[in-house]
Write a protein that binds this ligand. Structure first.
Ligand code: TRP
Ligand code: ZN
Length: 878
């Protein structure tokens, strides 16, 4: 083991800097291998700080060329410069100018943090701590400053020069083949929102006028030749801007809004002020290369980054422990946007599937942490489903508890009170309290206490007394670092469903805070009695998934089927089906023959064929829980082979039993002649393809031919990739031919080939790892581009449960190899991959032994591990 021990950063150690940075002037002399960065900071001592206090700036991998104060070079004894910091021991005045020159190499920057080159395009990624890889600075979110950036570059290779804020000047640099541009951002901001881009880019443009009449130029820059694939993003951007004006009263605040798509990017996108930089996966779309879910993802991410302009940029975070202040809130906002643009219940189902598949496993394993953590070693590791998606759920609960109007009052106060601030979660919650004269201290526990609560509910009806009694209990198991748990404040939306499917009214309720269809559980155990109930109800609890908990109702199967058919809350109709499927699948995994299976399959057929329901909803209704979801539900001594086999057998059984229904729906769904990504068309495709999947699973006569015909006839990526997946997953005749034909068609289009890599990585195989190794040699794959790695390796880890958790440990070994290899070039990506070990403790004993050995091998490898990977592996082994 040859890694340095990373420092534990603690919230309680937070201290303001002794100096403030009044303004920043940056000059970038861009060169592929040696870019010079001249930074001039106007610094002044903060009130209360001692005169002459040392100035300590952050750096990472930096080479200092020179340092001067107020025009005079510093003597060597006046400062200390290492790759990681610059210390000026005793600044000569309370206010002074510091001029620092550093040199960086964009070409060899494989971490994709700081300044790097992606396909000949210079770009930056500074969140969370990338700015310190460009120049020495107070690289922390609570130091806000006004930035002016001058960019100089070769005219021929970099005709486009972009920075934050508004363009101020541009021109040729006389006597050279270079030119410059100056950008000025009037809004004070932390360094993580800094960005620049230079390159030979094409763009599409629109004019936008804000609600109050200010014109804004909108531009989306892409690699030349991709202009036509950016229209959907532009459309999404314009709709996002209108929506934020209408729903939150927030307008844009600069003359221009630029978006740039680059192909090498670690995450989805970045909200740099006035210059969002995107992973091209979230900008580029046309019907031939993008699926319906890609279109949806683009709409969501474009909106998300735009919404950050207010929630993140104008109001930023005091330190990174407050990350959910901007991320949870902004995810909530993008979810609401998509709900308003599409179908609200369908969007809610999609968001809950995402939460349960990503956040629940995290919160129930060794990587569990609070939405607002109090310590970390590597901040990059905390851009998690918990911070983002559970963070959004917490904001949603505030809205549920307060109601829409009072929620808006709190948001208005937040924008008014904290505009220009680096804030905290406490500040945020206080706004809802002050705007509504209410105490949210009990609710706030959600931000600090980790883990997924289990809520148990048991109802009983007393016919004589006309009362319905609901016994509620919340169970909060210990999580890492939190042995003792307090009860959460849990809002439960509910209905008492009467025999004809309508909700029954109650005359009064006692035992908990109950108001209309909202019940709030605040203790470990509570008994709620509803009076005036005329007939035996079936309780429908946690409607709209009103809290991020695991609900156990113990309802008999016939009651679940009843809810599946009759609940007025579409979310809970879907949930009832999911609960039943999960129960049945667990019993099938254990080798027993469950009761009620046939009745369930019949009800599923009804749901699939119910013309009163949204197509997309019916598609989701038919979806079996994933192998991972079943594994999480089983929770311990998991045998992934047994789960996978049971799930395959069950989908075959459903496919056989409902073959006629699926075929009828499949045949009846006519698609328009030209592709459109709108929600209705996408929903029809989803339902049709779900039917095709069951037909393929049935392995009945003609099912292979139908899947192959669907593939051959596809005029869009959604149909093509889904049909291909059916052929490959069920090992149907024509699968190989279809793989080859897809490859031939999309060869050279990276984002399309990513999907092919994903299908290949999840294909059943006797030698999964051998197949993967071969695929890494394919020309469509590259270890240098995160999207290729997420497609192939991520496709394996997330989409090939039996392969990754193979009993012989080969999958774990492969992940250990890959982690060690990737860590040398891109620790952020390596760390995201290694997180797949997060569920290892749930596996059965044989698998645990193999997983633990693989994890230990990473720690003990003869190479310097990044703090990113080391922290995750150590948490997993803890
Ligand atoms: N703030 C970005 C978002 O909108 C996340 C992000 C983009 C990021 N790039 C990053 C986080 C690099 C850490 C490192 O969600
Ligand atoms: Zn974000």
């Amino acid at each position: 083991m040859r890694s340095e021990t990373a420092q534990l950063i603690k919230l309680q150690d937070y201290k303001e800097t002794p100096y403030v940075i009044e303004n920043v002037s940056l000059v970038f002399k861009l060169q592929p291998e040696a870019t010079e960065v001249i930074s001039t900071l106007t610094l002044s001592k903060r009130e209360g700080a001692e005169a002459g206090t040392a100035l300590e700036l952050d750096g990472d991998d930096l080479t200092l060329t020179s340092v001067a104060i107020d025009g005079a070079a510093l003597a060597e004894s006046d400062y200390e410069a290492t790759p990681k910091k610059l210390v000026v021991h005793a600044p000569p005045a309370d206010r002074f100018q510091l001029e620092v020159v550093t040199k960086v190499n964009p070409t060899t920057n494989t971490k994709l943090e700081g300044l790097y080159l992606s396909q000949g395009i210079y770009c930056t990624q500074c969140e969370a701590e990338g700015f310190r890889r460009i120049t020495y600075y107070y690289d922390r979110p609570d130091v806000l400053s006004v930035f002016t950036t001058r960019i100089e570059a070769d005219k021929a290779s970099s005709p486009i020069l972009l920075g934050n804020g508004n363009p101020q000047a541009s021109g040729d640099i006389e006597g050279t083949d270079r030119h410059f541009a100056v950008w000025h951002d009037p809004h004070p901001k932390p360094a993580y929102l800094f960005a620049l881009v230079a390159g030979d880019l094409a763009c599409i443009s629109e004019k936008y006028t804000t609600a109050s009449g200010t014109p804004v130029d909108l531009n989306i820059f892409v690699e030349k030749g991709n202009e036509e694939r950016a229209d959907w993003s532009m459309d999404s951007l314009i709709r996002s801007m209108r929506w934020d004006e209408k729903v939150f009263g927030r307008e844009y605040d600069l003359d221009v809004f630029n978006i740039v798509a680059v192909s090498a990017f670690n995450m989805g996108a970045m909200e740099n002020k006035g210059l969002n930089i995107f992973n091209d996966k979230y900008i580029l779309a046309d019907s031939d290369t993008a699926t319906d879910s890609d279109y949806e993802g683009i709409e969501t991410v474009v909106a998300h980054e735009y919404f950050h302009n207010w929630t993140g940029n104008r109001i930023t975070c005091r330190e990174w422990f407050q990350l959910c202040l901007k991320e949870g809130l902004t995810v909530f906002r993008d979810q609401e946007f998509s709900s308003d643009e599409r179908s609200r219940p369908v969007k809610r189902i999609a968001d809950v599937i995402r939460l349960k598949s990503r956040q629940f496993p995290e919160d129930q394993g060794p990587l569990s942490h609070p939405v607002r953590p109090t310590e970390y070693k590597e901040i990059n590791n905390f851009y998690t489903a918990t911070v983002y998606d559970k963070g959004a759920e917490l904001v949603r609960m505030i809205k549920t508890i307060l109601g829409a109007d009072n929620f808006r009052k709190g948001m208005d106060l937040y924008f008014e009170r904290h505009d220009g601030d680096a804030s905290t979660i406490e500040d945020f919650i206080k706004c809802f309290e002050d705007a509504n004269q209410i105490d949210l201290s009990h609710f706030s526990l959600w931000y600090h206490q980790s883990g997924t609560p289990v809520v148990k509910a048991k109802g009983s009806y007393d016919e004589a007394a006309k009362t319905f009694t609901l016994d509620l209990e919340q169970i909060n198991a210990p999580t890492p670092g939190q042995d003792q748990k307090k009860p959460f404040f849990i809002p439960i939306r509910f209905g008492l469903v009467g025999p004809n499917g309508d909700d029954l009214a109650y005359s009064s309720a006692e035992g908990a805070q109950v108001d209309g269809d909202l019940l709030c559980l605040s203790d470990n155990k509570q008994t709620v009695i509803f009076h005036g109930i005329g007939s035996r109800p079936v309780p429908s609890l946690l409607r709209e998934f009103s809290a991020p908990v695991k609900l156990e109702t113990g309802l008999p199967r016939e009651d679940q089927i009843f809810l599946m058919r009759h609940d007025i809350d579409p979310f809970n109709r879907w949930q009832a089906a999911q609960t039943l499927m999960t129960e049945l699948l667990i019993e099938l995994t254990n080798g027993s023959e469950p009761t009620g299976k046939d009745a369930f399959i019949e009800a599923l057929g009804h749901m699939a064929a119910d013309e009163n329901l949204d197509h997309a909803f019916r598609g989701f209704g038919l979806m079996l829980p994933s192998e991972q979801a079943i594994a999480l539900e089983i929770g311990k001594d998991v045998d992934t082979d047994a789960i996978g086999n049971a799930r395959d057998a069950f989908s075959k059984e459903i496919g056989v039993a409902l073959y006629d229904t699926f075929k009828r729906i499949y045949d009846a769904l006519e698609m328009p002649a030209t592709f459109s990504p709108d929600a209705l068309s996408a929903g029809k495709r989803a339902l049709k393809l779900r039917c095709l999947t069951y037909i393929a699973a049935s392995a009945g006569e003609g099912s292979a031919a139908l899947a192959k015909a669907h593939f051959d006839a596809a005029d869009n990526m959604t149909d093509r990739i889904s049909a291909l997946n059916c052929l490959v997953k069920f090992e149907l005749a024509g699968a190989q031919e279809a793989m080859a034909s897809f490859e031939e068609r999309h060869n050279g289009t990276a984002l399309a080939m990513d999907k092919w890599l994903g299908v290949a990585a999840s294909a059943p195989s006797k030698d999964t790892i051998g197949a993967l190794r071969t695929l890494t040699e394919h020309s469509a794959f590259s270890w240098d581009n995160p999207n290729r790695i997420y497609a192939l390796i991520g496709g394996f880890l997330g989409g090939n449960t039996r392969g990754f958790h193979a009993a012989d440990g080969s999958g774990y070994d492969y992940l250990a190899d890959i982690t060690l290899q990737l860590d040398k070039t891109n620790p952020q990506v390596a760390s995201r991959m290694v997180k797949s070990f997060g569920t290892w403790k749930n596996m059965n004993a044989d698998r645990r032994v193999k997983a633990e050995a693989a994890l230990k091998r990473i720690l003990e490898a003869d190479q310097q591990l990044s703090t990113d990977v080391k922290e995750i592996v150590e948490l997993c082994l803890d």
